[in-house]
Design a protein around this ligand. Structure first.
Ligand SMILES: Nc1ncnc2c1ncn2[C@@H]1O[C@H](COP(=O)(O)OP(=O)(O)OP(=O)(O)O)[C@@H](O)[C@H]1O
Length: 211
């Protein structure tokens, strides 16, 4: 589904990764591992098409990232950052906003599904809160629900539950598990510093070595 071949990334004069090749297949749950500063976030950003590739190639469904219209590519390979950014207004408005974009225009906003995910995360009370008042963990839950509703093929999670308490973390993992199992062409790529979480959520590990 998603294939990376011979990726290379440098910052300043430091080579973070080179000759990095791997594939993400439907149903995969890949944990990207490596010490702080080894380039895990930059790898996810490269896969998501948020940073230009310095070397190598990423293909989605056999088509090079550079040949995809970027909005379409990013709707299929979605990056969930540790500190998601929101606009203004309520949680409901924030969830609804992307469905006004051209790339999503064929799909009406699925309010029932939003309520189901929020209920699964024990946050059905969320919808009318203002996004500007959300805590770090609440922001992560909102970003997660927004991503699940948008339904990419590959969801890239960058410490996406790091601000959650243990119960909320487990609920988020269960929601992701359910979401992944519900579609035939879905995969997760996780960056998590928590080995216990990686053992729970990942089917295999992709090490990024600090050079
Ligand atoms: N936009 C940038 N410009 C220059 N250097 C950057 C940029 N973004 C990150 N870096 C550097 O690249 C290296 C890798 O950063 P990255 O955030 O990918 O690491 P990481 O493995 O995700 O680390 P952590 O586990 O601490 O989150 C770091 O040394 C960082 O300072």
């Amino acid at each position: 589904m998603l294939s990376a071949s011979d990726l290379r990334r440098t910052v300043a004069d430091r080579v973070l990764w080179q000759g990095l090749s791997f594939q993400v297949m439907p149903g995969d749950r890949v944990a990207v591992t490596g010490p702080s500063g080894s380039g895990k976030s930059l790898l996810l950003r490269a896969l998501a098409g948020l940073d230009p590739l310095q070397g190598g190639e990423v293909t989605l469904h056999g088509r090079s990232q550079s040949r995809w219209p970027m909005p379409e590519y990013r709707s299929q390979v979605m990056y969930l950052p540790q500190r998601p950014a929101f606009g203004q207004g309520s949680v409901l408005e924030e969830l609804r906003r992307p469905f006004g974009l051209k790339i999503q225009s064929a799909r009406p906003f699925p309010l029932d599904e939003a309520e189901r995910w929020l209920a699964a995360l024990n946050r059905l009370d969320f919808l009318n809160l203002s996004v500007t008042t959300l805590s770090g963990g609440e922001g992560q839950l909102l970003a997660l629900v927004r991503a699940l509703l948008l339904g990419p093929s590959v969801l890239l999670l960058d410490e996406a539950t790091a601000s959650l308490d243990p119960d909320a973390t487990r609920a988020a993992e269960a929601a992701l598990d359910q979401w992944c199992a519900a579609g035939p062409v879905r995969a997760l790529v996780w960056v998590s510093h928590d080995p216990a979480q990686r053992a729970r959520v990942a089917t295999r590990e992709l090490p990024v070595v600090l050079r």
